[in-house]
Design a protein around this ligand. Sequence first.
Ligand SMILES: [Zn+2]
Length: 257
Amino acid sequence: MQYLKYFLTGMVALLLVTACGGPDRSDDLIVIDAGHGGHDCGAQCGGKQEKALVLQVVQKLRKEFKRKGYRVYLTRGNDTFLKLGERTRIADKMDAKVFISIHANAIADKSRFEAVEGIETYFLQKTRDARSQRVAARENAAVLQGTDALSKDVIIDSVLNGPKIVESNKLAIDVQHGIMRQVKSRYKDAVSGGVRPAPFYVLVGASRPSILVEVGYITNSKERSRLFTSAYQERIAKGIVEGVSRYLDNRQRDLGV
Ligand SMILES: [Zn+2]
């Protein structure tokens, strides 16, 4: 009888923990953006295309965010092209908590394909760093077609001093940390390229914490073969969700709610 009492008390405790397991995320909408699409294939190497890869990654991300109780919206769920401003406008219109754009990296110099690898998370800011500028120039190329130089400067200057930069930086740090923790638990030699500022136009106009994740280099044969596996994509997705959750928990604590 005594044992039964202990057993029942244990079951009730377990049920309570399960019922209260983690914070309620049902009010938190996450907008996830798969880079490129349609005529814009993004980076290409070894017969693989960035636009297809990022679509696979965002599907995994949607699943993982939903599993954790978040609401999710994808800017594109198929092979279509969205114009400049459309992606972040969706995030604003839907009042998303955060905006995450997913991309894959590439370099032009073939002799360095096997030397350059790593996962990087970016937030919007002007920078003198040559590597960040190169990545941004490649990613911006298709998005900026038909936009003149003056409007480019006006667009970017209008947001560069916005209050969201500090928040986006914090979000980027948490997400990069989450990704590396998850990926390294299975792929010990995975390389972190760190958190970097860069002038990505896809993040311009976002009035909420916004980041761009470069999930790896498709020009590097080791990363390319991993990037197109479910196992690797799942680690990336879990890491991003972990990072976003940590960021939102900390922000809620800072706001005292
Ligand atoms: Zn890209």
